[in-house]
Design a binder for this molecule. Structure first.
Ligand SMILES: *Cc1c(COP(=O)(O)O)cnc(C)c1O
Length: 222
């Protein structure tokens, strides 16, 4: 059985050794590690034979016929070089900021819970649910303050369905709807963390004040 891994989020965060980790195929995407958009790579172990994606030309060993995006490929190569030069140093810095942000969020906002594992996760990322509010309105308020965040999972944003991943973890639908994903990267600073910790509790509390469910819960009706 072949093993393919979607390592799009792993590059620059998790050390990868395709031989030691028995990886037959691995995909990555440059813009997730500060490279150019529109370029990525598929690693295929020698001996693994796969169907061609686009037929007709001989480019990319016939796997994906068409003229290569040279500038993109060079940019992808340079970006991965930079992103993997000091994974541990990157992780230590980003994880410390993430942990402070998460701790602050859980301390300052009642009825909040962390989704997923507290430590076995990407260093810069967490996902929290706030009871009695709806994630999409939270995003609008945060966006208005210049804070970029996401609700649901990356690839289903744009739909108002709660994340199927959160539902599969057993989180009830109504709580999944109040979920927020925050991700820190190399450009973030401690000041950004302070800013989110100042703004987010206000946004949640403003939305809860408008929520009939919250009023009911406060009166002990839920
Ligand atoms: C972003 C992402 C993708 C999609 O890659 P794009 O190049 O942005 O289309 C796939 N898998 C994971 C885990 C991702 O984070």
């Amino acid at each position: 059985v072949y093993f393919h891994t979607d390592a799009v989020q792993a590059i620059g965060n998790v050390p990868i050794d395709v031989k030691a980790q028995n990886i037959d195929m691995l995909s990555l995407s440059a813009h997730k590690f500060y490279g150019p958009k529109g370029v990525g790579a598929l690693y295929i172990k020698k001996g693994v034979r796969i169907e061609n994606l686009i037929h007709g030309g001989g480019q990319e060993r016939k796997k994906r016929a068409g003229t290569e995006n040279i500038a993109g490929i060079v940019g992808c190569g340079k970006a991965i070089e930079l992103a993997t030069a000091d994974i541990e140093g990157h992780n230590i810095r980003i994880r410390a900021m993430r942990d402070r942000l998460l701790k602050g969020v859980l301390e300052k906002i009642p009825n909040a819970r962390l989704n997923g594992h507290p430590t076995e996760r990407l260093p810069g990322n967490f996902n929290v649910s706030f009871e009695f509010i709806e994630g999409e309105s939270m995003l609008l308020w945060l966006d208005d303050e210049g804070i970029c965040a996401s609700t649901g999972s990356a690839c289903t944003s744009g739909s108002l369905e709660p994340s199927h991943v959160l539902l599969a973890t057993g989180l009830p639908v109504e709580i999944s709807h109040g979920s927020l994903r925050l991700t820190l990267g190399d450009a973030n600073t401690e000041e950004d963390v302070d800013f989110v910790l100042e703004v987010l509790p206000k946004v949640v509390s403003r939305l809860r004040d408008m929520s009939p469910l919250y009023q009911k819960a406060k009166e002990g009706g839920l």
